[in-house]
Design a protein around this ligand. Structure first.
Ligand SMILES: Nc1ncnc2c1ncn2[C@@H]1O[C@H](COP(=O)(O)OP(=O)(O)OP(=O)(O)O)[C@@H](O)[C@H]1O
Ligand SMILES: [Mg+2]
Length: 247
């Protein structure tokens, strides 16, 4: 892992269009190793697209993103290296329904040759314990609550030992009573020093856990501030209007 203070994600002048829709407009964002950055903003502002570019899941039209030692856009080899370095947690968990919890966690480490079976299983059990669901390892995803499924998804992302974790609205699909158990796992991860970029509407979480909060609207990154500045000294009219709707 890079030392704290060195940018581990450095996006410069990022542009992205889908057909005629210009969905990211000259977006710049630096994230230092160990930082937690929350991204907030209205629907359609480009938050998910930006995460997908960082992870190499979409092509960049203009600009560059340095992710660890790798620069995107890049050759397939670079994309592979970025995807191995970056874990992603989605709103809808995206677990493999036909695999048990344990198998969901061991699949990628084994397929990529990173670990053998017993190594991958040991690591998986350790991670399931960390997210508080060690007793569920032989169940299938459909036998778990949403909060438990999301904790499995987080453990699965960690199984590849990523340097960076990206979260795209990880609690938006959960019943209210399951939100905190997922946020608590994320808080523990944040304090462990892993770099996290979190798209969320959970303003309490952002205020408490983020080192910086970033506001996106209409494809632009309009505000990048510490939590206290973000909530208390808001000069941007669109941010004020956004906050007045969700707080
Ligand atoms: N694969 C795609 N093809 C065409 N348009 C897309 C595609 N993905 C996203 N878009 C468009 O890009 C814009 C930004 O979408 P994006 O999903 O990044 O927004 P978002 O900020 O994550 O919104 P939400 O809060 O609703 O998740 C939207 O107008 C969306 O319709
Ligand atoms: Mg989105």
């Amino acid at each position: 892992m890079s030392p704290i203070g060195k940018p581990i994600v450095d996006a410069r002048g990022i542009n992205k269009s889908f057909n005629t829709a210009h969905v990211l407009k000259n977006v710049d964002l630096k994230v230092n190793a160990g930082e937690v950055v929350c991204i907030v903003g209205p629907s359609g502002s480009g938050k998910s697209t930006f995460l997908r570019l960082i992870n190499g899941l979409e092509d960049i039209d203009g600009g560059q993103i340095e992710v660890g030692e790798t620069t995107l856009p890049g050759a397939p080899k670079e994309l592979l290296s970025v995807r191995r370095n970056v874990g992603m947690v989605f709103q809808n968990f995206n677990l493999f329904p036909h695999l048990t919890v344990l198998e969901n966690l061991t699949l990628s480490p084994r397929r990529t040759g990173r670990m053998n079976r017993s190594g991958a299983e040991n690591k998986a059990r350790e991670l399931l314990k960390r997210v508080g669901i060690s007793e569920q390892s032989s169940k299938y995803p459909s036998q778990l609550s949403g909060g438990q499924q999301q904790r499995v998804a987080i453990a699965r992302a960690l199984a590849m030992e990523p340097q960076i974790l990206l979260f795209d609205e990880p609690t938006s699909a959960l019943d209210p009573e399951n939100v905190n158990e997922v946020l608590n796992v994320m808080k523990e991860l944040a304090s462990s020093g892993i770099t996290m970029i979190v798209v969320t509407h959970e303003m309490g979480f952002a205020r408490e856990v983020a080192d910086r909060i970033v506001f996106m609207a209409d494809g632009q990154l309009l505000v990048d501030a510490s939590p206290s500045q973000f909530f208390e000294h808001v000069e941007d009219e669109r941010l004020r209007s956004f906050l007045s709707k969700i707080l």
